[in-house]
Design a protein around this ligand. Structure first.
Ligand code: 3PG
Ligand code: MG
Length: 378
C-alpha cells in the first residue's frame, strides 16, 4: 500500500475519499469522530499547497426520499469549523456545477461534493463500481487519495474505481488503522472474545464464517442474534433478521459446527413485538465470558442505545469491558458513538473508525477496496 507521505504531493488538485458517514439527528451531527479523524490528511495536503475535492457517502440511498435524508451539508459546516476555513459545498456529486467549481478551484481551497450515493438512485452506479462514474470523478483532479478507512470493505466507484484512472495513495487515517489492526491480528492473546451486534445483519453474517476459526467466543446481540435464533426455530417476532433462506441454512450449519463458540442471548427487552436490547440475564451471561478473556473486540451495539430505554445492554457490557484488563478494541461508527456517549473511550487500546471494515480485515486479512486498488491503480 502506497501512502501519501511516500511521494511528494504538492500543488496538485487532489480528490480525497473520506468516510463522513456520521450520525445526524435533525440536521445536527451527534458524533463527529470520523470528521475529526480525517483532518490529519486534509491538513497535510493543504499545507502542501494542494486544492481538495472531498468525496464521501452518507447512509444508503435507495429512493428519491433517501436523498433529502442523507445530505452531507451538515458535514461541510462542521468541517469548515474544524479547519477554520471555508468549505464549499455542492448539492450534487455530479453535474455542470461540479465540473465548473472543480476546474476553478485554487490552491488550498476545499470543496465537498454531495453524497456519492446520490448516484445509487435510480441506478446503482456508485455501489456497483460503475467505471464511467469513476472516470467522471477522476477527471476532476490529478491525484486520488483514499482515507475512508470505514468504507474499505466496499469496492465502490468513489472508494476504489477512481484509482483505475489516477495515481492513488492512502491517507494517514488508513495508515493508522492498518498499523493498529495488524498489531492486533498478529498478536491476539487468547481467549479472544468478539461481541457482535448492531443493525447491518447481512453484511456481518458474511464475516462470521471467517471469524469463528480465529476467536474463542462469539457473543451475539442485535439483528445477528435474532437471525441465529430465528434459524434455530425460535420466534423472534418482527425483530431485525435476515430473510435469506440460504443464509439461514448456513447459520444452522455454523451453529452445529461451532456450538461452543457461538453464544446467544437468553432474554430481551421487547417492544411492539420487536427485540430492542439484551435482557439482564444475557448481560450477566456475556460478562462471564468477558471476565475470562484476554482480548475483546466489540463490533456493533447490544441494542438501540440511542434511546435511553434500550441502552442498558450496550452501556453495561461496554462499561464492564472498559474496566477489564483485557486488550480491548472496538470498531464502527455507531459503536464509537455509543462508547463516546457513555464516556468510555479512554481505556480502549484502539477504536477503529470502521465497523464493517475492521471486521472484514480481522476475519479475512483483506479489504475489498484495497485489493481492487492494488490490482488496478494507475
Ligand atoms: C460504516 O458506517 O460502516 C461505513 O461508513 C460504511 O457504510 P455502509 O455499510 O453503508 O457501506
Ligand atoms: Mg456505520
Amino acid at each position: 500500500m502506497k501512502y501519501i507521505d511516500q511521494e511528494k504531493i504538492e500543488n496538485k488538485k487532489v480528490i480525497v475519499r473520506c468516510d463522513f458517514n456520521v450520525p445526524i439527528e435533525n440536521g445536527e451531527i451527534t458524533d463527529d469522530t470520523r470528521i475529526v479523524k480525517s483532518l490529519e490528511t486534509i491538513n497535510y495536503l493543504l499545507k502542501n499547497n494542494c486544492s481538495l475535492i472531498l468525496l464521501s457517502h452518507l447512509g444508503r440511498v435507495q429512493t428519491r426520499e433517501d436523498k433529502a435524508k442523507n445530505t452531507l451539508e451538515p458535514v461541510a459546516k462542521r468541517l469548515a469549523e474544524l479547519l477554520k476555513q471555508e468549505v464549499k459545498f455542492l448539492d450534487d456529486p455530479v453535474g455542470m456545477k461540479v465540473l465548473k467549481t472543480c476546474k476553478e478551484l485554487k490552491p488550498k481551497e476545499v470543496v465537498l461534493l454531495e453524497n456519492t450515493r446520490y448516484c445509487d438512485y435510480p441506478e446503482k452506479l456508485e455501489s456497483k463500481n460503475d467505471l464511467n462514474l469513476a472516470k467522471y470523478w477522476s477527471a476532476l483532479g490529478d491525484v486520488f487519495v483514499v482515507d475512508a478507512f470505514g468504507s474499505l470493505h466496499r469496492a465502490h466507484a468513489s472508494v476504489a474505481g477512481i484509482s483505475k484512472y489516477l495515481p492513488t495513495y492512502f491517507g494517514f487515517l488508513v495508515k493508522e488503522e492498518i498499523e493498529n489492526l495488524n498489531h492486533v491480528i498478529k498478536d491476539i492473546k487468547k481467549p479472544f472474545t468478539v461481541f457482535m451486534g448492531g443493525a447491518k445483519v447481512d453484511d456481518k453474517l458474511g464475516y462470521i464464517k471467517g471469524l469463528l476459526p480465529k476467536c474463542d467466543y462469539l457473543l451475539l446481540g442485535g439483528g445477528i442474534a435474532s437471525s441465529f435464533l430465528y434459524a434455530l426455530g425460535y420466534d423472534v417476532g418482527e425483530s431485525l433478521c435476515t430473510n435469506d433462506e440460504l443464509t439461514l441454512e448456513e447459520l444452522r450449519y455454523l451453529y452445529k459446527e461451532y456450538e461452543k463458540k457461538i453464544i446467544l442471548p437468553v432474554d430481551f427487552v421487547i417492544d411492539n413485538n420487536m427485540i430492542f436490547d439484551l435482557g439482564e440475564k444475557s448481560i450477566n451471561k456475556y460478562i462471564k465470558y468477558f471476565k475470562m478473556s484476554n482480548t475483546i473486540f466489540i463490533n456493533g451495539t447490544a441494542g438501540k442505545f440511542e434511546e435511553a430505554k434500550y441502552a442498558k445492554g450496550t452501556k453495561d457490557l461496554f462499561t464492564f469491558i472498559n474496566r477489564s484488563n483485557a486488550f480491548k478494541i472496538a470498531g464502527g461508527g455507531d459503536t464509537i458513538t455509543a462508547i463516546n456517549k457513555f464516556n468510555l473511550a479512554k481505556n480502549f487500546n484502539f477504536l477503529s473508525s470502521g465497523g464493517g471494515a475492521s471486521l472484514e480485515y480481522i476475519s479475512t486479512d483483506h479489504l475489498q477496496a484495497v485489493d481492487f486498488i492494488e490490482e488496478n491503480s494507475k
